[in-house]
Design a binder for this molecule. Structure first.
Ligand code: FE
Length: 219
């Protein structure tokens, strides 16, 4: 079977907040699904190499912030393309810390909920956590960001640890030859209205916030 057909599956965009050893941390996932209604149980799949995976196993708790279409690409980049093991990924992100020590975003999210792990399943590369919702927002606002919106409108890419990552994500090249690619997150700047060379020196990657200097000509 051609794995490309799995791109027909639909996903959302979520920040998973955890209590870190030094400080709160968070990462971006697209695989949060409701499993049962009573009790309210969700499942989330997180790569073994992610610091978030380690911290959920250590604490048994995490928070889900449901991103909206207004959540900026920079927030997604800050949480999605580096590890919280050594860096403070939330340094430039507006968030609050729940009593349990886990962070929830304040950056144009739709809603949030706090989860307690009730079971988990190991796969070759990812842990699937089953978790019961213990608290959360009473209402939601805005339009939830879908994974399709993230790719199509924000032009975001899937990092290698994403459950839905495909090698083609790196190899797809429909942009003109003179476009520039961010070497951190893979964002391609190919806006003919604003050529890369004419962007101001303090311009940063809209996805991961990296400076102009890390961009390379896509060839
Ligand atoms: Fe970037």
């Amino acid at each position: 079977m051609n794995p490309i057909i799995l791109r027909t599956l639909s996903y959302g965009m979520y920040a998973i907040g955890v209590r870190g050893e030094q400080r709160p941390s968070a990462c971006i996932v697209n695989t949060v699904v409701q499993i049962t209604a009573d009790p309210m149980v969700i499942a989330v799949s997180i790569n073994h190499d992610n610091y978030t995976n380690e911290r959920i196993k250590a604490t048994g708790e995490f928070a889900v912030s449901v991103l909206s279409e207004n959540t900026s690409g920079t927030v997604i980049g800050a949480l999605g393309f580096s590890s919280g093991r050594h860096a403070d990924k939330l340094a430039n992100v507006n968030y609050k810390v729940l009593r349990e020590g886990v962070p929830v975003l304040r950056e144009d999210i739709c809603c949030w909920f706090l989860c307690k792990v009730v079971n988990s399943i190991e796969t070759l590369t990812h842990t699937v956590f089953l978790a019961e919702i213990r608290a959360g927002s009473d209402e939601y606002k805005g339009t939830p960001m879908t994974y399709e919106y993230y790719h199509r409108v924000i032009k975001g890419k899937a990092p290698k640890n994403a459950p839905t990552y495909q090698i083609e994500d790196d190899q797809q090249d429909t942009s003109p030859e003179e476009s520039y690619i961010c070497t951190i997150c893979g964002y391609v700047h190919d806006d003919p209205q604003h050529p890369f060379e004419e962007l101001p020196d303090d311009w940063v990657c809209p996805i991961c916030g990296a400076p102009k200097s890390v961009f390379q000509i896509k060839g």
